[in-house]
Ligand binder design. Sequence first.
Ligand SMILES: [Zn+2]
Length: 192
Amino acid sequence: MTTCSNCGAEIPSGEEVKLIGRGGYTTTFIVCRNCESKWQDELDEETRDPNIAGAVLFGLGASIISIFVWSLLTLLTNYQLGIIAVGVGWIIARAVVLGAGNKRGKILQVMSIGLTLITMAISQDLVRHYYVDLVVSAQGINGIPLLLPLPDMFSIVVDSLAEDPVTVLFWAIAIFEAFKIPARRRLHKAKI
Ligand SMILES: [Zn+2]
């Protein structure tokens, strides 16, 4: 007779559910059907009725903070810290999940990815603007727009990424986090 590793109930033979722990190929544990369906319900509930307004609000907040921090750090250190991009994807996705009321799902994934991309593009553009400004003001010319139109911004970002493959990697990780963190969660069952 097996007992449930969650509630301790005895499980009739043949009704054991073997679950794989998070991130784990090593950890498996046996639970009863009640615990399985309770957890499944909780995970399903995570994708129900996300608070979209809250997600947008929190996501934008995280975005603005990220732009500020990234631009400031880059200007202070005089170095484009691609690794900060990783933090940008993480903080925005977390904020979106939190703002949605601890919800997950496709809409929140799309929102996180979009906000992450826009945030990183704006940050790079602000930094570019700062340096262009230095040069331009030294030459006595004015009138460079603070932010370029989005298509121009993205083409600048694409150009600078092409010159710097390591940054591409950081961007990829950031986008992966924005995709992964708000993703719907499932129980991973193993064959008994
Ligand atoms: Zn149980």
